[in-house]
Design a protein around this ligand. Structure first.
Ligand SMILES: [Zn+2]
Length: 273
């Protein structure tokens, strides 16, 4: 009797003081996004790096394509208590994708092109660094284009025979001119007609550092500062930048962490009309 009571007390204490105060859900996998809430938290760290705390103690964490098998989530509560959790992150096997026949200057750019690439990389980095206070992503996500998937997140690329950075987007093989729409509400942070690698490019800020990037578009139909609802037009599918044919390349970032957009959706994109 006494033992049972003690056990019940310990059980209650653990649930009340520790486990009950942190909720986390999402995709615990490379490229995955996890949403957490710890209402009484004063600080949250992932592997020792501070994570922004939002109203109500919400926070977002993301796992990059090469995230190790585990991460340590540390939560410090306002009353000084502290809890650590080890998160298991599923490891993925990535395909190797060979693309031949690209113009050689796009595989090994010259000095002028390298300077341009640097400037454009900075514009993209600035757009992805915007930290908006509205959780626009809470509306959920729809596919921004219709058509079959022709390229997946994380695949390692060999361009004209030379190994390059992995591919961090999901490619939808929609035809030239097909509509691209906002997958979730957001604010346009970059709208560029023709970047060197990515052609017609738009970055849409969904709040809390979560952003979408749309690439290779033949037309950009929004301007920086535009506030879009889910399903609003962004532009048109194209073959601008470094591509071999028309498609939409959709990327998701949590600040600089590259996420897999496909994980945010329940199934493949709808078939083209
Ligand atoms: Zn792509």
């Amino acid at each position: 009797m006494k033992t049972a009571l003690a056990f019940a007390f310990v059980f209650f204490f653990l649930r009340g003081a520790a486990a009950g105060e942190i909720e986390i859900s999402g995709d615990f996998v490379q490229g995955g996004l996890v949403i957490g809430q710890a209402p009484q938290a004063s600080e949250v760290l992932l592997d020792g790096k501070r994570v922004a705390l939002r109203p109500g103690g919400r926070f977002l964490i993301g796992f990059d394509h090469d995230a190790p098998p585990s991460a340590r989530l540390s939560v410090v509560f306002a009353d000084g208590k502290h809890e650590d959790r080890i998160l298991a992150i599923a490891q993925r096997d990535y395909d190797v994708q060979r693309i031949d026949g690209l113009p050689q200057n796009q595989v090994t750019p010259n000095a002028d092109e390298l300077a341009r690439i640097d400037r454009e990389r900075q514009l993209v980095a600035n757009a992805r660094a915007v930290d908006s206070p509205a959780a626009m992503f809470d509306a959920g996500f729809i596919w921004p284009a219709a058509g079959p998937i022709s390229g997946v997140y994380g695949s390692r690329r060999v361009l004209n025979g030379a190994p390059r950075q992995p591919h961090f987007g999901v490619d939808v093989a929609a035809p030239e001119g097909a509509p691209v729409v906002a997958p979730a509400p957001g604010i346009v942070r970059l709208a560029a007609a023709d970047l060197f690698y990515t052609g017609g490019t738009v970055i849409l800020d969904h709040g809390y550092g979560l952003s979408s990037t749309f690439m290779h578009m033949s037309a950009v139909e929004v301007e920086v500062g535009d506030e879009l609802a889910q399903g609003d037009p962004i532009g048109r599918v194209g073959a601008t930048g470094r591509v071999t044919g028309p498609h939409l390349d959709w990327r998701m970032n949590l600040f600089e962490i590259r996420l897999d957009p496909a994980l945010l959706l329940d199934g493949p994109p709808p078939a083209a009309q």
